[in-house]
Write a protein that binds this ligand. Structure first.
Ligand code: PMV
Length: 325
């Protein structure tokens, strides 16, 4: 990971880091209110960062060429990329601005409920910590997780912490806000088709809308959150036992409750219906909703059909991932 010899005059990477995307299988939104949720990493998409030594005195530049971003560290107080770098430098005990070029890129859809922001923060934190001369060894997950959570708070004020946790630990996570995350085993692998509505939907806005609606009718919303939490509990039991027959049913039930929270959208509903018509056992939105991605649990032999149906119905893309195994 380390290459500390910058004397040869060409670009020398000090450190590289990668982090996966994620999907929430069950429990989004309710997790903000203390109910459990399950999320899994999706390694087929990922963020990467590289820190390279720059000429002495040139300072620290962060570039994300995919999205046309190039910023100088000191001049971007509110930028989430700069915040991740600053927090990592502070955690490593580096006071002075280092002479580094940091580049970051990602294949995770932005604002699509797949943890793009958290993954980008995670790779920046890891690569910066690993490059700091004061920081020895591999950056520990807890430090990285703390940094990523702090950056997530820029995007919305009350993140549950599930995104940063699954992206940093790169394991299936059973998550209850305020408790240490539980990593759990998948007894029998299963497949998901993940389809993108192509509609960017900032999670913070949707979370704020749910909060406002709950303030008007707390009893109704809390009952929905309880029902979603109960589905997550059942899903954890069946995923841990490998008896997956009811997984699709639980997805459909979770989606029914998400609809009641008014976080679904016509584009999601159309795609969910087409996936189920094409043979998915069940499908639901994943993440903040109103756009972004949906997930469909699909038997191996139906994957092609479901993928084609989603693309025919207008999905911006449809990827297949295996959970567990
Ligand atoms: O849209 P994403 O991937 O950021 O997922 C958000 C999940 C929510 O439960 C809606 C919010 C949260 O902080 O847990």
């Amino acid at each position: 990971m380390h290459e500390k010899d910058a004397s040869v005059g060409k670009r020398v990477d000090l450190a590289n880091a990668t982090a996966p995307g994620k999907v929430i299988l069950f429990g989004e939104h309710a997790v903000v209110y203390g109910r459990p949720a399950i999320a899994v990493p999706v390694t087929i998409v990922q963020a990467t960062a590289a820190v390279a030594a720059a000429a002495a005195g040139s300072g620290c530049t962060i570039s994300a060429p995919d999205v046309g971003v190039r910023i100088r560290l000191p001049s971007a107080p509110d930028n989430p990329l700069a915040l991740a770098v600053r927090l990592a430098l502070a955690a490593a005990g580096v006071d002075a601005e280092p002479d580094w070029n940091i580049s970051v890129s990602s294949t995770i859809p932005i604002a699509g409920g797949m943890g793009s922001g958290a993954a980008v923060s995670a790779v920046l934190a890891r690569a910066v910590l690993a490059s700091a001369p004061t920081f020895r060894g591999c950056p520990d997950a807890e430090t990285v997780n703390r940094i990523v959570y702090a950056v997530e708070r820029i995007h919305h004020a009350t993140p549950s912490g599930i995104d940063n946790t699954v992206v940093v630990y790169e394991q299936p996570v059973w998550f209850v806000r305020g408790r240490p995350p539980e990593i759990f085993d998948i007894a029998k692998p299963f497949h998901l088709v993940i389809a993108d509505t192509g509609i960017a939907s900032p999670t913070g806005q949707v979370v704020a809308d749910v909060r406002a609606a709950r303030q008007k009718d707390a009893a109704r919303y809390d009952a929905i959150f309880d029902a979603i939490g109960a589905i997550a509990e059942r899903a954890k039991r069946i995923i841990a036992s490998g008896k997956l027959e009811t997984l699709g049913f639980l997805m459909r039930e979770n989606q029914r409750l998400l609809r009641q929270l008014e976080v679904s959208a016509p584009s999601l509903e159309r795609l969910i219906e087409s996936a189920e018509d094409a043979g998915a056992a069940g499908a639901k939105l994943s993440g903040g909703g109103r756009g972004g991605n949906l997930i469909a649990v699909v038997k191996r032999e139906k994957i092609g059909l479901v993928r084609e149906a989603l693309l025919a119905e207008g999905a911006a893309r449809a990827i297949v991932t295996q959970v567990g195994g």
